[in-house]
Ligand binder design. Sequence first.
Ligand code: NAD
Length: 339
Amino acid sequence: MSKPLNGAVIGCGFFAQNQLHAWAALPGAQIVALCDRDPVRLAETASRFGIVRTYADAAEMFVAERLDFVDIATTVASHRPLVEMAAQAGVHVICQKPFAANMTDARAMVAAVEAAGKTLMVHENFRWQSAVRRVIEIVRAGTLGEVFFGRVSFRSGFDVFSGQPYLAEGKRFIIEDLGIHTLDIARALFGDVIRTAATTRRINPSINGEDVATMLLTHRSGATSVVDCSYATKRIPETFPESLIEIDGTLGSLRLDAGYQLVMQGCVEDLSPPLLAWASRPWHNIQESVLIIQRHFLECIAAGAAPETSGRDNLQTLALVEAAYLSAAEARTVDLATL
Ligand code: NAD
């Protein structure tokens, strides 16, 4: 077996803990260094995962360490400088979503890593959830025939603000944070999008951004899909953080219903994800997808292949986010080619 790749994680916050657990479970990688500006989070995370070499400054870390890859788990404002620093250092890169604050930054980041000849993957993990993955495989195998309609729906009243207080502060909220994932699932299922029309609402008065969004997508394949998301939906049972899916094709239809129940051609299949040793409900489907996407990254590096959720691929998902905001702001349909 080849030697494990040496990696570093930048950002030791709320979500990075999942990434570190997943790295510890993957024999193809070892995390040799950690970086965070916050000394308390850095020390706590280093001690939790037994990582000795720690840095407050990413630039210092790139000089001092011999790394194969870096996993950037910070929030969006720092993504461009950190990705460009990693490209300069000549290492492979994973960057959390939202990949960039705007399309100009995103294109520059993709160009920087491509120029360095390294792999860039966005940690766009929702399409890697095992239940969602199964649906993607069914569609790609042609089992439903030609798909003409789809719906990807995420509706919840779960309090995401206690773990991620920054989500209540930004001018943008649900499309940029959560819709980005469900839009990416729609792309994985039905292909790229040519135009979109969206509406947004803010129901929760104590946050700054929108917490409800409904997007109508016209796909190049001819399919139409509806991607709807809400953090203002009080439903029983609460389905956080499940993405529910409906698909109609010329040969049949399927639904991924609440509780990971796949309903297709009169049969029901339980696609409940495993509860990994370090995971906890209700996040366990997301936590499993972190392990799966990080394994995919290592496999792609070994094979010299581009990840399915590469930086270049993610430009299309980010463009959809931008298009949805523009459509909602100007009450018009937005052609993706204009962005
Ligand atoms: P967080 O605020 O809890 O953690 C971010 C950490 O990064 C902080 O500890 C901060 O000190 C550190 N940091 C910021 N800039 C830095 C820099 N330049 N150098 C070193 N350290 C720096 O945020 P979080 O909730 O963990 O979210 C991080 C990212 O993960 C966000 O982009 C968020 O959207 C994403 N996220 C993804 C998922 C998913 O399912 N893919 C889920 C939750 C969060």
